[in-house]
Design a protein around this ligand. Structure first.
Ligand code: GLU
Length: 353
């Protein structure tokens, strides 16, 4: 049975490349019927930020990545590392410096710092052995650590599990993905309104890239449209904190941010400035809408819009009157989301200006 681990440092919301590592480990565990262990590599205070691990747990929950064990925190496992260092010293595989630090005899890699704390190199290897990890799956930026970690594993009396390095996620321009690109972390993508399902699907599609990949925003945007289409009315309205009745209005949105804007256009329209020619449209609309039922379904709303057009109505003016904006959700969906009283009040309000 496979046992894999995802071992982020608690530096805040996951970088997209780290999220790929998480997804790849989860997929590997599914495929091989194994367990996924979450380990938090918090031995290095300079790489630990407040609430950094909470942000990671939040990202994983948002992406729907569950773990079978953990979080295992390295900061709570100092004794294990100290014992392992002792074994390496006793076996002559490690040497003690004058300042008390312990180093691997063969290549000088620091295992234990002068203050007695374990380095990432030692802690990671000891945990991979102690947690009985069968496959280490991580980004290729860790390839330079491989041989050293294999030596450390032997020095503490074990064998490093099999290691699979995957390509990194670079920015669309092929440079290292960074804040400058604006989509470097899960929190960024969330803020941009990409649904979790789209981000997860994108990372799953990449599988275990052998080489570095460029972030394909066009693909991610297409997946966002698919993911929104696959959401139930409940999920979609809940994601943007809108009432359930507004679901049809949100359907054409390409991101959750846009869906949120659509909801606002309907529930809290901005005041609209209409040209004088719009008066005709509004008068005709008032007539047609007064004569129709309190609620219109989508087909009825479309029929009313067709009639309005047939009598010379300008649908752009109507959109402005009803939503306060020149673009937005499908007009028939807006019309069927508004009660007769609401629709009339909006048309009358701008009509009177
Ligand atoms: N804490 C390391 C990182 O975030 C983990 C490296 C590893 O998977 O071995 O890059």
């Amino acid at each position: 049975m496979a046992r894999v681990r995802f071992a982020p440092s608690p530096t805040g919301s996951l970088h997209l490349g780290n999220a790929l590592t998480a997804v790849a480990n989860r997929q590997f565990a599914e495929k091989h019927g194994g367990d996924f262990v979450l380990r938090i590599d918090d031995t290095d205070p300079t790489r630990t930020v407040d609430e950094g691990d909470a942000a990671i747990l939040d990202d994983l929950a948002w992406l729907g990545i569950s773990f079978d064990e953990g979080p295992v925190r390295q900061s709570e496992r100092g004794e294990l590392y100290a014992e392992a260092a002792k074994r390496a010293l006793a076996a002559g595989e490690a040497e003690r410096d004058d300042d008390g630090a312990a180093r691997l005899a063969r290549d000088g890699t620091t295992l234990v710092r002068a203050d007695g704390t374990a380095t990432y190199q030692l802690a990671s290897v000891v945990d991979d052995l102690e947690l009985e990890i069968t496959h280490i799956i991580r980004g290729s930026d860790h390839r330079p650590n491989l041989e050293r970690q294999q030596r450390i594993a032997r020095a503490v009396g074990g064998i490093l599990p099999e290691v699979i390095h995957h390509g990194l996620v670079l920015g669309p321009d092929g440079k290292k993905l960074s804040k400058r690109h604006g989509h470097s972390s899960i929190l960024d993508l969330r803020g941009d309104g990409f649904p979790a399902g789209a981000v997860r699907a994108y990372l799953e599609e990449l599988e275990l890239p052998e080489h570095d990949v460029h972030l394909d925003l066009a693909r991610l945007r297409r997946l966002a449209v698919d993911a929104i289409a696959a959401m139930t009315d409940e999920e979609l309205t809940e994601a943007v904190d809108a009432p359930l009745e507004l679901a049809p209005v949100l359907r054409g949105a390409r991101s959750l941010v846009e869906a949120g804007e659509y909801a606002r256009l309907v529930s809290k329209p901005a005041p609209a400035e209409l040209p004088a020619e719009a008066a005709l449209t509004l008068t005709r609309f008032l007539e047609l809408r007064s004569g129709a039922p309190e609620r219109l379904d989508h087909a009825e709303a479309r029929a009313l819009l067709r009639e309005l057009k047939a009598v010379g109505g300008d649908l752009r003016a109507l959109r402005l009157a009803l939503t306060g904006a020149a673009t937005g959700p499908e007009l028939a969906a807006v019309l069927s989301a508004l009660t007769r009283a609401d629709a009339l009040a909006r048309a009358e309000r701008v009509g009177r200006r």
